[in-house]
Design a protein around this ligand. Structure first.
Ligand code: TRP
Length: 343
């Protein structure tokens, strides 16, 4: 198949915060594997949301390192930086500028009603105004690129709804069709990876125990061990049923997503075999995905100049689109054009 022409493909955009030192299997399967696949049918923009990460105070050196590692992980996971734009949000300064315009379109009460903000405040997080306006910056990220679709998890649905509202509000208030109203592209439920020890809750860096989590930086032997000791159930039937067989279903989803084998095929293949056989094969499939990932990641992290070059390439491409959007936005809202030459 000839390479698709990015100029005629619909655009998609997604981002991830650099909030931890490595991704876990849930981020990888739930987001990254999907990002990689979408490169074939879309003109894709994938960025590290480093401005969003400032909403939680972080040591500057740690933030810098996590930003590098997060970008490198996108690429190690299969995002092709020559084809898709891979960049840091802060390298395209237009994000902050459009974020301001979005803030000025949002009612105070509307921002305070967002569930993630309310939850974080309820949990006692010391909220700054950045956390309150987080969704407006996210709306700016999306609307900047005229994204047709935004592939995100279910937890981001409300952020997409407010993005759509803000785009419509902008177009109504200022100038029709200035901003493209994006469609959500919620990654299907089946791509949600659960904790191996507590398969009714999501695998998470902060919520999962070390045995419940698979960190993509873990040694393969440890990954295999965690999978072999995953909690299942008292039956011995390999069947997908997330309600009553959460542990086995989680293993089937992990296998199916990484191997491309359908769950139905896996069920018949493992019929009559115990959970040991399933676990052994899931461990092999995960290790086979993780090993090349780790190798590529180590290469990228050992060559910061190359990573910088790739991020500059992505930022240049992103900036081209961002500047065009901002020119439309500035003109629509009535900001005076800046005259660069002094006569
Ligand atoms: N809020 C997203 C998350 O925590 C990250 C993000 C920021 C994002 N800006 C975005 C995702 C724009 C998609 C599009 O996962």
């Amino acid at each position: 198949m000839p390479a698709a022409d990015p100029r005629v493909l619909p655009r998609i955009l997604s981002g991830m915060q650099p909030t931890s030192d490595s991704l876990h299997l849930g981020n990888y399967i739930g987001a990254l594997v999907n990002w990689v696949r979408l490169q074939d049918g879309f003109d894709a923009y994938y960025f590290v949301a480093d401005l969003h990460a400032l909403t939680v105070p972080t040591d500057p050196a740690v933030l810098r390192q996590r930003t590098r590692v997060t970008a490198a992980q996108f690429i190690a996971g299969g995002v092709d930086p020559e084809r898709s734009a891979v960049f840091c949000q802060s390298h395209v300064t237009e994000h902050a500028e459009l974020g301001w315009v979005m803030n000025c379109l949002t009612a105070d009460g509307e921002a305070r009603r967002m569930t993630q903000f309310k939850d974080k405040v309820a949990k006692g997080q010391n909220a700054n105004v950045g956390l309150l306006t987080y969704p407006m910056l996210m709306a700016a990220d999306i609307l900047m690129y005229d994204a047709a679709y935004v592939p995100v998890g279910e937890d981001q649905r409300q952020h997409l709804e407010i993005t759509r509202d803000l785009a419509e509000r902008f177009n109504t208030r200022y100038a029709a069709e200035t901003l493209v109203v994006p469609e959500p592209y919620i990654v299907k439920e089946s791509a949600k990876i659960m904790d191996l020890q507590d398969p009714t809750s999501k695998m998470s860096k902060t919520g999962s125990s070390p045995k419940g989590l698979i960190d993509l930086m873990d040694a393969p032997a440890r990954i295999a061990k965690n999978i072999r000791s995953a909690v299942t159930d008292a039956e011995a039937e390999v069947r997908y049923d997330p309600e009553t067989k959460a542990g086995v279903s989680n293993l089937l989803v992990i296998h199916s997503t990484l191997s491309g084998t359908s769950i139905a095929d896996l069920e018949s293949r493992f019929a009559g075999q115990g959970y040991g056989a399933l676990k052994g094969e899931v461990a092999d499939v995960v290790v086979a995905a993780v090993e090349p990932f780790q190798t590529r990641l180590a290469e990228l992290l050992a060559d910061p100049a190359e990573l910088d070059r790739l991020l500059a390439l992505g930022a240049d491409r992103a900036r081209g689109v961002a500047q065009a959007t901002m020119a439309r936005v500035r003109s629509a809202v009535g900001l005076l054009p800046a005259v660069r030459e002094v006569h």
